[in-house]
Design a protein around this ligand. Structure first.
Ligand SMILES: *[C@@H]1O[C@H](CO)[C@@H](O)[C@H](O)[C@H]1NC(C)=O
Ligand SMILES: *[C@@H]1O[C@H](CO)[C@@H](O)[C@H](O)[C@H]1NC(C)=O
Ligand SMILES: *[C@@H]1O[C@H](CO)[C@@H](O)[C@H](O)[C@H]1NC(C)=O
Ligand SMILES: *[C@@H]1O[C@H](CO)[C@@H](O)[C@H](O)[C@H]1NC(C)=O
Ligand SMILES: *[C@@H]1O[C@H](CO)[C@@H](O)[C@H](O)[C@H]1NC(C)=O
Ligand SMILES: *[C@@H]1O[C@H](CO)[C@@H](O)[C@H](O)[C@H]1NC(C)=O
Ligand SMILES: *[C@@H]1O[C@H](CO)[C@@H](O)[C@H](O)[C@H]1NC(C)=O
Ligand SMILES: *[C@@H]1O[C@H](CO)[C@@H](O)[C@H](O)[C@H]1NC(C)=O
Length: 474
């Protein structure tokens, strides 16, 4: 009994200490957040910001970023899972039963910054419809198609992640429904700025890349995903379940990367690897999305030697893709330093990689981590920034709802009702006409209209607007 009692006491003391520690950490992490992370919990009550207990990152409600949709909690039976293993983000969501396109607008960004943008989804039977409530819909980054999201399970989480240069001081993420394929919804939206030196393949706003797979190889299957703070850039590294023919290897020593590394894979990911039996090759493959040969993929293989080899040991490998040599020369991973082999692959329905030991290699090949991206053309321009800020202010002043969501001019099929635009080839679209006839507008005629500097036609008839026609309209 007394022994039991003393254990309890110890436990109580422990939890007190951990509470104190938590406060300190919370403060430190709040500081760290000046790195520009933006973490939005979609559908959470408007006053309910919080600090996530796994990442110590602060999350904010979504009300200030979106003006449509309906908040829901996931059902009680699915909420039970949240405490066990999932971030709180997944507790609630925002669904969009109306409107062809619904958008989140995140402001006050630095134009030209590279971002990792992550949208997350857990249906959790929020609508009580079970599998009947599942949905397939498109995500757009601004005016460009990003990817299709197929939420094909009530209880699984889905993530869409894109690395893109954001050209303006704001970015929009839009959900676009598909006829007969359910109601779009979203659980979370996270933006993480990346240094220019990371993923230089994304050089400007015209080409982005969406995650097809980002994997940590070799850990115990039980090991949770690696993300912030182990990865300061908060990439999500999922465990690629060990295949039967793979042998896991690991080290507790830190695996580093050299200054200027293009990937900065965290040590927690590089410390484990998959190898194979002597004489075998290490293989993996993926199928092109919808067997589409036109898609360009970007593949990155990360390797680091995990133990110090003696003079008579050598691990040398060659990498083949679909039977051709992919990487031009034999390769030896460095002891506890990351090296990466990367390149664009395209033109096939299946990409089959084989890492072979060379004849003079005494050890089998190894692979610590793997990233596969699909390239996404994002060259279509958003509307002229001054026009956007003016029309947004006009929308707010007169509380105009209609379909005024996302970019006013693009893509053309989602052009705002009553707005006309001029599309030039080399510059951003401009708003050239505005028809607010019969919109029930009341109050003064706003001078904000003069901010639409390319406006040629304006129709304000059949409203209850008062005051003189301002000079700029004459
Ligand atoms: C979700 O649950 C929280 C607390 O459990 C509650 O405060 C909130 O009002 C609920 N939201 C909705 C949309 O029902
Ligand atoms: C969504 O995924 C499910 C399961 O993978 C599949 O059966 C279904 O055809 C997919 N729907 C669309 C529209 O791609
Ligand atoms: C954008 O980057 C691509 C390479 O990814 C390059 O070919 C293109 O010229 C660049 N465009 C601009 C406008 O700099
Ligand atoms: C590292 O390897 C040992 C022995 O093979 C294993 O027991 C341990 O779980 C591994 N650790 C991780 C993090 O995979
Ligand atoms: C090097 O290591 C291998 C495998 O551990 C061992 O069989 C071999 O004897 C070692 N050679 C030397 C020179 O230490
Ligand atoms: C191993 O063999 C490859 C050719 O397969 C050769 O390029 C390389 O120099 C050799 N390395 C060593 C350490 O012998
Ligand atoms: C309208 O234009 C004025 C003058 O250029 C500028 O100061 C103001 O910020 C603009 N307002 C909006 C909402 O764009
Ligand atoms: C504005 O829209 C109304 C109907 O919504 C239409 O009757 C009117 O002709 C339009 N004005 C112009 C200038 O096109």
């Amino acid at each position: 009994m007394s022994r039991h009692g003393s254990v309890r006491t110890t436990a109580a003391v422990f939890s007190l200490i951990s509470i104190c520690v938590a406060h300190v950490v919370l403060y430190a992490r709040a500081q760290a957040n000046t790195r520009g992370f933006i973490s939005i919990d979609c559908g959470s009550p408007p006053s309910a910001g919080y600090v996530d207990v796994v990442t110590w990152l602060p999350y904010v409600p979504d009300a200030q970023f979106v003006d449509a949709g309906v908040s829901h909690n996931i059902s009680a039976e699915h909420a039970g899972m949240i405490d066990l293993k999932l971030p709180r983000l997944y507790n609630d969501l925002r669904s969009f039963p109306t409107g062809a396109r619904n958008c989140y607008t995140v402001r006050s960004l630095t134009p030209g910054t590279k971002y990792l943008v992550r949208a997350t989804f857990l249906h959790g039977n929020y609508d009580g419809l079970g599998p009947g409530g599942l949905a397939v819909f498109d995500l757009h980054l601004g005016v460009n198609f990003w990817q299709t999201v197929n939420v094909s399970s009530v209880s699984d989480t889905f993530q869409a992640e894109i690395i893109a240069v954001v050209p303006d001081d704001y970015v929009q993420v839009c959900l676009v429904g598909k006829k007969g394929l359910g109601t779009p919804f979203i659980s979370g939206l996270e933006l993480r700025p990346l240094p220019d030196t990371l993923y230089p393949v994304v050089a400007n706003a015209s080409l982005s890349m969406a995650v097809h797979g980002r994997y940590n190889l070799g850990p115990d299957d039980e090991k949770p995903i690696v993300r912030y703070p182990s990865d300061p850039h908060d990439r999500v590294w999922k465990v690629l379940a060990n295949l039967r023919s793979w042998n896991p290897a690991n080290t507790t020593g830190t695996v580093r990367y050299v200054a200027g590394d293009q990937f900065e894979v965290p040590s927690a990911v590089m410390q484990t690897a998959a190898t194979v039996d002597d004489g075998f090759s290490l293989r993996f493959y993926w199928g092109a999305y919808e067997s589409n040969k036109e898609l360009d993929y970007f593949a990155v293989l990360h390797m680091a030697e995990l133990r110090r080899l003696n003079g008579s040991e050598a691990r040398i490998c060659e990498v083949y893709l679909n039977n051709g040599l992919w990487y031009s020369k034999p390769f030896s991973p460095e002891f506890r330093y990351s090296s990466s082999m990367f390149g664009m692959v395209a033109g096939s329905t299946e990409y089959s990689f084989r890492i072979e030991p060379t004849a003079n290699s005494t050890l089998p090949p190894l692979l610590n981590a793997l990233e596969i991206y699909v390239m996404v053309p994002t060259a279509e321009r958003a509307t002229h920034g001054g026009d956007v800020s003016a029309i947004m202010a006009i929308k707010a002043k007169y509380e105009i709802k209609r379909n005024w969501m996302g970019d006013p001019c693009g893509p053309k099929i989602y052009l705002w009702d009553g707005v006309g635009c001029n599309y030039a080839i080399s510059s951003a679209p401009r708003i050239t006409s505005l028809n607010l006839s019969s919109n029930g507008l009341a109050g003064e005629i706003t001078t904000l209209l003069s901010n639409l500097t390319a406006l040629q036609n304006l129709d304000l008839s059949h409203n209850s607007l008062t005051g003189n026609i301002p000079e700029f309209l004459a």
